[in-house]
Design a protein around this ligand. Structure first.
Ligand code: CP
Length: 359
């Protein structure tokens, strides 16, 4: 069965099918209005959300389907100690597909091990956010007409920014993409993305310290919020929170057709004066999120029993009773998940669920 836990769960062909269907939905809304009547989507949100949860809800409604679930796990039996795996076993009796957001990294992968319906990762901690990635890809395609060959600058919190991690992974599926990383030292992109994704899959990247020095090169400027909720040390948050602020003056050297993306919510990293600039694509990006989630739900239900659309094959996980994942926010340190590991091409051992390096 096909789940969407990580962007790399989708082949390039599957990505093209989802983006292509989203574009057809945009052009022919009425054709799809009853497509999923009598089908149900469960949205299980253990962490706050506006766009992702409501766009999933709106997407399912536009397809003629129904939605159930919770937006606050405290109102569910999670508050009585029910595990993620038991919760999806139960909800799989009521729904055809489940979209789950969780503050614990790897929770959706762990859930997918027992689920009898497709699981969609709607964001797990700082780790991954593959449906935001689909939204971003559709937006780039619609704004620029192509994804191959772009130069994209990621600016802000590249350490905790799960949308950045996921989009860089997915961009490795496209040709000749150049990634420019713009972040303070405290918020640099994690090594596992640089080495396991960029180096291994051939994504060219460089690191710079200001957006002004690269602005003229960029086809896409991807701004991100510095996420207070991910910091253990609030003094560190205060030091870096205003590192990069986009205003109209900084855009003066940018290409006329550059697209400014932001997964939102923003705090103050894009001044509202930028909103009227035709290159500001972040509110169009929000609407694309609904269309691409309509396409994703449709495709996952279509692919559910098709062996040609199974999950990608991986080497079996390694186990070693003397080793443990050191990430306190990983599912294997929060529920009874076995500590499992995968070995990368260069021999590094990483957590099966959250990708943390095992020391
Ligand atoms: N982009 C995004 O994930 O927004 P929400 O947190 O509001 O869902």
């Amino acid at each position: 069965m096909k789940h969407l836990i990580d962007p790399m769960d989708l082949s390039k062909e599957e990505l093209d099918q989802i983006i292509g269907l989203a574009q057809d939905i945009i052009s022919n809304r009425e054709k799809y209005q009853d497509l999923l009547s009598h089908r149900k989507l469960a949205t299980l949100f253990y962490e706050p959300s506006t766009r992702t949860r409501l766009s999933f809800t709106s997407a399912m409604m536009e397809l003629g389907g129904n939605v159930l679930g919770f937006s606050d796990a405290k109102s569910s039996s999670v508050s009585k100690g029910e595990t993620v795996q038991d919760t999806v076993r139960v909800v799989g009796c009521f729904a055809d597909v489940i979209a789950m957001r969780h503050h614990i990294e790897g929770a959706q992968l762990y859930a997918s091990e027992v689920s009898k319906v497709p699981i969609i990762n709607a964001g797990d901690g700082s780790h991954s956010h593959p449906t935001q990635t689909l939204t971003d890809l559709l937006t780039i395609q619609r704004e620029l007409g192509h994804i191959d060959g772009i130069t994209i600058g990621f600016c802000g919190d590249l350490k905790f920014g799960r949308t950045v991690h996921s989009l860089i992974k997915a961009l490795s599926r496209y040709k000749d993409v150049k990634v420019i990383l713009i972040a303070p030292d405290e918020l640099k992109l994690p090594d596992y993305i640089k080495h396991d994704v960029c180096d291994r899959l051939g994504v060219k990247y460089c690191e710079v310290s200001t957006m002004e020095e690269v602005m003229p090169q960029l086809d896409v400027l991807y701004m991100t919020r510095v996420q207070q909720e991910r910091f253990l040390d609030l003094e560190e948050f205060d030091r870096v929170k205003d590192s990069f602020v986009l205003d109209c003056q900084k855009l003066s050297g940018a290409k006329e057709k550059m697209a400014i993306l932001h997964p939102l919510p923003r705090v103050n990293e894009i001044l509202t004066e930028v909103d009227d600039d035709p290159r500001a694509a972040y509110f169009r990006q929000v609407e694309n999120g609904k269309f691409v989630r309509m396409a994703l739900i449709t495709k996952l239900l279509e692919w559910k029993d098709d062996p040609l659309h199974a999950m990608p094959e991986t080497d079996a996980p390694e186990t070693d009773p003397t080793l443990r994942c050191s990430n306190g926010k990983c599912i294997c340190n929060n529920e009874n998940a076995q500590h499992k590991f995968r070995r990368t091409d260069n021999g590094t051992l990483r957590c099966w669920y959250c990708d943390s390096k095992i020391k």
